[in-house]
Design a protein around this ligand. Structure first.
Ligand SMILES: [Zn+2]
Length: 877
């Protein structure tokens, strides 16, 4: 198992910290990352859920919807003690709890007295998060409470595994209505830790050591961490903030590091209060609550952090907005509402539904931009006529009084679209850019990003569906684009690249594309619908398939003439058939005439089957070519003769002059009209076979075993010798062997098992005068598989598919495997070849390695099973 660095406890910690130079290992003050890594081991879907939540968060922020209201979060504090009386040791006082709530309300509203210590250069970044907290006034059953609960679990301290496995599930209140905070003495040395959004429902919340909960002197411990900022920090995580030093300096501030652009990048945690610290080339914001500085040093969240927290509270944690946990029993109504849509086209209607609690008896609505502009019925329907972003206010009343709620920027009316021509490639590393959405109704496999060979033959991110491991036949997963404005296009088409292999004819999947021209309200079915062999771009594959080259991709075109001048969205729908993987990339919307993608020249020209008057000319397939024009001439002639236009990538030229040397070249034709053609390829030359020098006859490969094979032909001792070329079919260069004419066999040895080899042969009739027959056609054979029952080697497993990220890496290296492997070992080796970390990862498909204490530089990451070794270079920042 992974061994985590633990902080030393108590006063010893305080004494140790000032020593922290290159010698001392820095303590992990916050256990959030470690506990997350453990949770991911036992909960393989956690990563997917967190990715979905992040996408949802980014989408919310892309719309710039930010509620202006103060959001109040009910807190329940579970005090876990050891039988001590209240006020002694772990069994802290209510006053200590209240002091913590007071700190939170100041810190999150930027009303903390030490805002004056925020450096001038960071003042414009500092934010009032407009988040407040209360101790719960109502419990989940509607009974009165003070929000503080006490339990004797009879231990002097508690491990994270005991907390997660035993205490939390037994004590938690619904996370939909409360923020759960557990306070106790932690055995693992952390000041505290939190779950991120996406954690399981019976573990969701914040854990803080009692010595760092509340504010001194109501917290009787006087340490560097006793002003209540540990809880501020952990609630930051709970609202989806990352450490400012997460993943090192990062590259794109929005998607790497802490994914917040107004916190300066920082490569490692800051301790104490190093006001002049610099990192990643800039001054560090050591005052940020999400660093590791002393409590007295911290004093701000930034606007970017506020936006992530508010997006989280309007996204995955939005049920808290409806919680009545803060409302005293028998209070006025707590107003709230929902609507059936928040994003519509002009002139469409929205159904509002009252969600107020505590017994509202009358309602007063105000709809800016709406018709009607106000209403007193409980569940009104309102239409909107103009593009814009509009607020909604509801006042709910009962016998105890009235309360109101305003949801600012709640309804977006927008039929504008991104201008055409439109192009999106997933190589940007974003599956859902602004305005896109994902529907994954079964919460199973869905569209995600994958690094693979794309249609440009580069390794880059594309969208894909893992149908190979998705046994849910008929299930549809939808990826929907933003609005795209077709105005200005006279003959609009959708063109995208797709790559797909069936598992077999019985297990095949489908891809559909549908179009909406009413802001996503309805989608016309199927402007594109392909499945099985019609969709496939590569042969069937029972192993998990991925594109190996550009030629595994196909460009498909969908006419859009019925949507002329419309604003439209596309929905790409994968229809699962438990087949194999589907890949999607390069979504273009443009005029058909402009969409002739550059046509590239053929490469890898070669000549085979050279006869007295004919040869076979071969070249590599060019993606997008309809056909090829081949031309040739005598080496000394000046004018070319177009010898054919041919749709395949091989052509037999006949009727040639036996006495001449020729040169030839070929070009690609990428459209029917001839307006999109490539340059001619590089030249290749050939001569013909001597008229009286014949190819060997009866050529064949025999006695084929796993590691050897014999090439044979009929003996002809009138020749001087034979020339044989052979190679592994996946390689490009030939090995040349000469065999004396007294022999008619050649034994190839030390071959690879289960591998296709190619070979060709020519007769050398007169070695001195260089009279030869020309080469035979290319022959091939496949070596045998090694029998696994005999030698114990599982040849079916031939590789470990994995991604290690981020790379370069800051603190945490994540390794994601396609498939868990038995007896998998992971090792990190430094440049000197010394093993610096080795761990076993049997049957895990997601492993995290804490590289925080590693020196900067290059390492090799090695993954191995008894049969396979793979490695990848890792750069530690
Ligand atoms: Zn933390």
């Amino acid at each position: 198992m992974m061994k985590m660095l633990r902080v030393l406890k108590g006063t010893l910690l305080v004494l140790l910290l000032p020593m922290g130079s290159a010698m001392a290992q820095n303590p992990v003050l916050c256990g959030t990352a470690d506990v997350l890594a453990q949770m991911k081991q036992s909960d393989p879907k956690l990563d997917d859920r967190m990715r979905d939540i992040e996408a949802q968060l980014q989408r919310y922020m892309s719309y710039g919807m930010r509620s202006g209201n103060v959001i109040t979060i009910p807190i329940v504090v579970h005090i876990i003690h050891n039988g001590d009386p209240i006020g002694s040791n772990q069994n802290i006082t209510d006053a200590q709890v209240q002091s913590q709530i007071d700190v939170l309300n100041k810190d999150f509203r930027r009303q903390n007295a030490d805002t004056v210590n925020t450096p001038a250069s960071f003042l414009s970044d500092a934010a009032d998060s407009k988040i407040e907290f209360c101790l719960a006034q109502q419990d989940p059953n509607g009974a009165a409470t003070n929000g503080i609960l006490r339990y004797n679990y009879n231990q002097t301290s508690y491990s994270t595994s005991y907390i997660e496995g035993t205490i939390k599930p037994a004590t938690i209140w619904s996370r939909n209505s409360y923020l759960n905070i557990w306070v106790m003495k932690l055995a693992d040395g952390y000041l505290g830790y939190s779950t991120f959004p996406g954690a399981s429902a019976n573990q969701d919340g914040v854990v803080v050591d009692h010595r760092y909960f509340g504010k001194y002197p109501l917290n009787p411990n006087n340490t560097n961490y006793s002003l209540g900022r540990t809880t501020t920090h952990e609630i930051g995580h709970w609202l989806n903030l990352l450490h400012t030093f997460n993943a090192g300096c990062g590259s794109d501030c929005a998607t790497t590091g802490d994914r917040v652009c107004d916190t300066p990048p920082v490569s490692a945690a800051n301790y104490g209060c190093s006001q002049s610290a610099t990192s990643c080339g800039v001054i560090s914001m050591v005052q940020n609550y999400m660093d590791y500085s002393d409590d007295a040093c911290m004093n701000l969240f930034t606007k970017g952090q506020r936006d992530r927290m508010i997006a989280t509270l309007n996204g995955t944690r939005s049920s808290l907005l409806n919680s009545i946990g803060c409302v005293p029993v028998n209070g006025p109504p707590v107003p709230d509402f929902i609507s059936n849509s928040t994003l519509i086209c002009p002139s469409e209607s929205v159904q509002f539904t009252d969600m107020s609690t505590n017994g509202a008896t009358s309602w007063s609505w105000t709809f800016s931009g709406g018709s009607p502009a106000s209403s007193s019925i409980q569940n009104p329907v309102v239409s909107y006529n103009s593009n814009g972003i509009y607020s909604v206010t509801l006042i709910a009343t009962n016998a105890n009084g009235s309360q109101n709620i305003t949801k600012s920027n709640y309804i977006t009316v927008d039929n504008s679209g991104t201008n055409s021509p439109f192009y999106y490639s997933f190589s940007s590393g974003v599956l859902q850019p602004a305005g896109w959405s994902l529907e994954n109704t079964d919460n199973g496999k869905t569209w995600e990003l994958k690094s693979t060979k794309n249609a440009s033959n580069n390794i880059a991110k594309v969208a894909y569906m893992n149908n190979h491991n998705y046994n849910s036949s008929g299930q549809e997963d939808h990826l929907t684009t933003e609005n795209i404005d077709l105005s200005g296009l006279s003959d609009p088409v959708l063109i995208f690249n797709v790559a797909y292999a069936q598992y077999s004819s019985q297990y095949a999947d489908g891809l559909k594309v549908s179009v909406s021209n009413d802001c996503g309200t309805t989608f016309d079915p199927h402007v594109y619908d392909k499945a099985g062999s019609a969709l496939a771009t590569a042969p069937n594959s029972t192993s998990e398939w991925f594109p190996m080259s550009a030629s595994d991709w196909r460009s498909d075109t969908v006419p859009l003439s019925q949507y002329l001048n419309d604003v439209i969205q596309f929905k790409f729908t994968n229809v699962n058939g438990y087949g194999n993987n589907l890949y999607l990339d390069d979504i273009h919307v443009a005029d058909r005439a402009s969409m002739s993608v550059p046509c590239t020249s053929p490469t890898q020209l070669s000549v085979s089957n050279v006869q007295e008057t004919s040869v076979v000319l071969d070249w590599e397939v060019v993606n997008g070519a309809l056909d090829y024009t081949i031309r040739a001439k005598g080496l000394t002639e000046t004018s070319w003769i177009t010898i054919d236009v041919n749709s395949g990538n091989s052509y037999q030229a006949t009727g040639l002059n036996n006495s001449m040397l020729y040169e030839w070249q070929v070009r690609s034709n990428c459209n029917a009209g001839g307006s999109n053609v490539s340059n001619y390829s590089q030249l290749d030359t050939f001569g013909l076979a001597a008229s009286n020098c014949n190819l060997p006859s009866n050529i064949s490969a025999v006695n084929i075993e796993a590691d050897k094979a014999t090439l044979q032909w009929d003996l002809n001792i009138s020749l001087d010798e034979y020339l044989i070329h052979w190679k592994d079919s996946s390689e490009s260069s030939w090995t040349e062997v000469t065999v004396d004419a007294l022999y008619a066999t050649l034994e190839l040895e030390t071959l690879e098992a289960d591998t296709k080899y190619e070979w060709k042969i020519q007769s050398v009739c007169d070695e001195v005068n260089d009279i030869t027959s020309g080469f035979s056609a290319i022959m091939d054979f496949r070596t045998q598989k090694i029998d696994s029952t005999n030698v114990g080697i599982d040849k079916i497993e031939s590789e470990i598919m994995f991604i290690a990220f981020p790379n370069p890496v800051g603190d945490i290296l994540n390794i994601s495997l396609e498939q868990p492997k038995d007896e998998l070992m992971i090792e990190i080796v430094d440049v000197a070849g010394k093993s610096v970390r080795k761990l076993s990862a049997n049957y895990s498909n997601f492993i995290t390695i804490n590289m925080k204490e590693f020196s900067k530089g290059v390492y090799m990451l090695k993954l191995s099973t008894p049969n396979i070794n793979v490695e990848e270079k890792i750069i530690k920042l």
